[in-house]
Design a protein around this ligand. Structure first.
Ligand code: DHK
Length: 145
């Protein structure tokens, strides 16, 4: 099984941006965490980040036929991007949506997620752990699948 982890805008600023919300660990730490989670789950995978909506759409399209699952934290595009939703629907690769913070407990606009309409599962407010849970879910080993 081959899994692609996609991170959207400003996630490369982890460790610097709003540490009270996103924590003090860096994006490099997240990359290491996700690679460890791939190994634990016995899957291959890649982790990739972009600040650009169109680049994320391109990456999702390129995943077709290459990856069996996607874990995506679309950052702020979660709440705005029909284009990312449509790309996920187009490739129809099983997808888990992850948010580091509890988006429901923040500003009203963060409660809307277009990506949720294409995701099999949404994990929020669990920090890095959400990525591990998302990867495990895609392997089918997760009990609450
Ligand atoms: C990350 C962002 O960049 C925000 O725009 C989202 C999400 C929440 C997160 O919790 O990981 O609203």
């Amino acid at each position: 099984m081959n899994i692609l982890v996609i991170n959207g805008p400003n996630l490369n600023m982890l460790g610097i941006r709003e540490p009270d919300i996103y924590g003090r660990k860096t994006y490099r730490d997240l990359e290491d965490f996700v690679r460890t989670a791939f190994a634990e789950a016995g899957v291959s995978g890649d982790i990739w980040q972009s600040n650009h909506e169109g680049a994320i759409v391109d990456k999702i399209q390129e995943a077709y036929g290459v990856y069996d699952g996607i874990v995506i934290n679309p950052g702020a595009y979660t709440h705005t991007s029909v284009a990312i939703l449509d790309a996920l629907k187009a490739v129809a690769i099983p997808t888990v949506e992850v948010h580091l913070s509890d988006v429901d407990a923040r500003e009203e606009f963060r409660r809307i997620s277009y990506v949720s309409l294409a995701a099999k599962k949404t994990i929020k407010g669990k920090g890095f752990e959400g990525y591990r849970e998302g990867i495990r879910y895609l392997t089918g080993k997760d009990a609450d699948r």
